[in-house]
Ligand binder design. Sequence first.
Ligand code: SAH
Length: 242
Amino acid sequence: MTLPIHQDPMGAAIRDFHLKGKAKRLRVLSSMFDEDEIPVSTLFRTESEMNALERQALNLCHGRVLDVGAGAGCHSRVLQQRGIDTTAIDISPLSVQTMRERGILKALHANFFTDGIEGTPFDTVLMLMNGIGIVGRVNCFADFFARLDTLLAPGGQLLTDSSDLRYIFEDEDGTFCYDGEAEYYGEVDYRMVYGSTRGPRFHWLYADFDTLAREALQYGFRAEKVLDGQHYDYLARIMRQL
Ligand code: SAH
């Protein structure tokens, strides 16, 4: 349940940028937004280029850390430089290869949901850049928290960020008008394209804090908001209920 190389557009972009210092456009097609692109250089951001939520998350990391969906490994690099025992995982084979070449000592080609991860359990699980997105759909939180429970050491924490997409559905006067049927308004489908490499369609979730906290409570965890970001985004810390 990881990506094959020929369906790994983000990894191809990361690899190009790593090897050549530049990359083509990494296009993002979605069910909710107009076509967009991810500036590939941002995946290589240094600590000083990170936003306040990310920097705070890095400062809260302790013990053995699992960086989930690590991409080019920007967070893992900072943690490793601080002497923190960090394992980076990603489903993208080209990203994992690049992380290894960038000096990440423990970079594994693995899917958070399905693969055994060496050295489990972890004191901190880190998921950043709308990290909660990999949950995919609100009705997948049960699987997500069950998996988290197998990965976290006693007293362990998940640090993750997300955004409340309600601003997309607000009138000028702030009235919330979402006409979707049963589904939650933060459920998006994406597909990435890089040159001739097209990735598979995948589900990605943006969860407002109250939804995240409610789901966490339902599955034996508790969420606290650590910090609000600048635009409907926030950093949360999730731990097992006492
Ligand atoms: N955390 C990085 C990259 C974020 S992009 C950063 O902040 O720059 C999201 C990453 O999650 C992608 O590299 C994607 O390949 C990876 N990913 C998506 N689903 C995953 C899963 N189930 N397990 C592990 N990695 C996953």
